[in-house]
Design a protein around this ligand. Structure first.
Ligand SMILES: Cc1cc2nc3c(=O)[nH]c(=O)nc-3n(C[C@H](O)[C@H](O)[C@H](O)COP(=O)(O)OP(=O)(O)OC[C@H]3O[C@@H](n4cnc5c(N)ncnc54)[C@H](O)[C@@H]3O)c2cc1C
Length: 399
C-alpha cells in the first residue's frame, strides 16, 4: 500500500527501511517540516527475530509515537542470569523495561508514520540508489529506484535497512560478504503461552549461545536464542519441530527445561543468520546510516531497539538542520557520525567484554554471574545510549 503526498517533486528526505530506526527518522524529519518518503520491503504486521525486551531509554520516543501500544506491553522489572553450571542470580533493573512483540511495535510505528502524513511505500524493495552530481561541489540529489520500477528523487538519504541488506549503489553487507570466522551466529524466536507469569527477563547462558525469555503483551512469552551457527545448522530440523524440547537439549540446562515444561508454542519459528556483532560505518557517500545499518550491538544488552530509535532520530535531526540552514548534507553526515560514536562507542566496548566473559569457559560465566547484581547494573548502565542534547529531555519510563 502506498501513501503518497509529494511523489511528483523532490523529497527533502528519503528513508530506506521501516523498522524502529527508519520510522523514528521519518517522524523526526516530518516534525521538522521536511517532506519525507519511507520505503519498507515487508508488509506489517510481521514477525521478526528479536528478544522483544525494550529498554527504558526507548520510552520517551515510543510514548510520543505510539502511547496506546506501549500501554499494552508487559512490564519487566528485573533480570535473571542462569549459567550451565546451575548458578542463578536476579537483580532489579534500574528502571522498568517494556516487553512488546515486534508484530505490535513495528506495525504501530509504521501506522503512526502513515497517520503523520509521511509518503509511505509498504511492500516495496529499494533496489538501487544513485547520487546525481549537481556540480560546483554542492550536494547532489539522490535517485531512489524501487523493484516496482518507480524512481523518486530526494535531497538526503537515511539508510535504516537493519543488519543485512543489499542495495546497488551502496556498499551493502550482503554484497560485501561478512567475514566467516568471527561472530557467526544465528538467531531464532517463537512465542509461547502457558509460561508461569513473572515480571522479569531471564537469560540462560550455555556453551555456544544463550536463550532469553521475556513476557510480551497478552500474557504471551518471547523465547529467543542466539547460538553459534554450527550448532543451529545441525539441529534446525529439531528446532522447527519442537523448539522448547530442542532448547532443553542444546542448552543442557535443567532450569530452562523446567521453565518451558508444558508450554505451548503459539507462533511459528522465525530465524535469522548470519548475526555479526560489530559497528559499521555511520555514513556512506553522504547517506546517513541509522539503527543496525550503522552497527549491531550484542542483543543481550537489550539496547538494539533503543539505539535504532535514537540513531534514527539523531540522523533526521542532522539532515533537518543542514537543509533548514542551507548547509551541506555531506557535512551533516560527518557531524552525525561523530555524535553517534559518542552515543554508542562505550556500549559496543562493554558488550564485547561481557560477551567474552559469558561465552568463555563455564567457570568464567559463573564468576561473572556470581558478581550480580553489581555486574548486571554496570552492564545495563554502560551499554545504554549516551544522551546528548540532540536526543531530547532525559526522560525514562516511570516506575
Ligand atoms: C537474536 C536477536 C535478539 C534481539 N533481541 C533484542 C532485544 O531483546 N531488545 C532489543 O532492543 N534489541 C534486540 N535485538 C536487536 C534489534 O532487533 C535491532 O537492533 C533492531 O531491530 C534494529 O532496528 P532497525 O530499524 O535498525 O532495523 P530492522 O528492525 O531490521 O528494520 C530494518 C527494515 O529495513 C527493511 N529493508 C531492508 N532492506 C530494504 C530494502 N532494500 N528496501 C526496503 N526495505 C528494506 C527490512 O525489511 C526491515 O523491516 C535482537 C536482535 C537479534 C538478532
Amino acid at each position: 500500500m502506498e501513501n503518497l503526498t509529494s511523489s511528483s517533486g523532490t523529497l527533502d528526505l528519503a528513508i530506506i527501511g521501516g523498522g524502529p530506526a527508519g520510522t523514528a527518522a521519518a517522524l523526526e524529519g516530518f516534525r521538522h517540516g521536511l517532506s519525507v518518503g519511507i520505503w519498507e520491503r515487508n508488509r506489517f504486521p510481521r514477525d521478526k527475530v528479536c528478544g522483544e525486551f525494550i529498554s527504558s531509554e526507548a520510552y520517551p520516543i515510543l510514548q510520543d509515537a505510539i502511547p496506546e501500544t506501549v500501554a499494552r506491553g508487559a512490564e519487566i522489572r528485573s533480570a535473571q542470569f542462569v549459567t550451565d553450571h546451575g548458578m542463578s542470580r536476579t537483580f532489579r533493573l534500574p528502571h522498568t523495561a517494556l516487553g512488546l512483540s515486534r508484530r505490535a511495535l513495528d506495525a504501530a510505528l509504521w501506522k503512526s508514520v502513515e497517520s503523520a502524513g509521511v509518503e509511505t511505500h509498504e511492500g516495496v524493495v529499494v533496489s538501487r540508489v544513485q547520487k546525481l552530481s549537481s556540480g560546483g561541489g554542492k550536494d547532489g540529489v539522490w535517485e531512489i529506484e524501487s523493484s516496482n520500477g518507480s524512481v523518486q528523487r530526494a535531497k538526503s538519504l537515511i539508510v535504516a535497512c537493519g543488519r543485512w541488506w543489499a542495495i546497488e549503489g551502496l556498499s551493502s553487507p550482503a554484497r560485501r560478504g561478512e567475514p566467516q570466522a568471527t561472530g557467526e551466529w544465528a538467531g531464532f524466536k517463537a512465542h509461547f503461552a502457558g509460561v508461569p507469569a513473572r515480571d522479569r527477563v531471564e537469560l540462560y547462558f550455555f556453551h555456544g549461545g544463550y536463550c532469553g525469555l521475556a513476557p510480551v503483551e497478552g500474557g504471551v512469552w518471547n523465547v529467543c536464542c542466539l547460538v553459534h551457527r554450527e550448532k543451529f545448522r545441525e539441529a534446525r530440523p529439531k528446532a522447527l519441530e519442537d523448539l522448547a524440547a530442542w532448547l532443553a537439549h542444546v542448552s543442557q540446562l535443567p532450569a530452562l527445561e523446567k521453565r518451558l515444561h508444558g508450554v505451548g508454542q503459539v507462533s511459528s519459528l522465525v530465524t535469522t543468520a548470519p548475526v555479526r556483532m560489530a559497528r559499521q560505518r555511520a555514513a556512506q557517500g553522504g547517506a546517513l546510516m541509522a539503527g543496525d545499518a550503522s552497527g549491531f550491538v550484542d542483543p543481550f544488552t537489550g539496547e538494539g531497539i533503543s539505539m535504532a530509535l535514537h540513531s534514527g532520530r539523531l540522523a533526521a535531526q542532522a539532515v533537518a538542520r543542514a537543509l533548514l540552514e542551507g548547509s551541506e548534507v555531506q557535512s551533516a553526515a560527518e557531524i552525525y557520525g561523530q555524535s553517534l560514536t559518542q552515543a554508542v562507542r562505550r556500549s559496543y566496548r562493554i558488550a564485547t567484554l561481557a560477551r567474552g566473559l559469558m561465552q568463555g569457559p563455564g567457570w568464567l560465566r559463573d564468576l561473572a554471574t556470581g558478581q550480580l547484581p553489581w555486574v548486571g547494573k554496570y552492564l545495563v548502565r554502560e551499554t545504554r545510549w549516551r544522551r546528548n542534547p540532540e536526543v531530547g529531555p532525559d526522560r525514562i519510563r516511570p516506575d
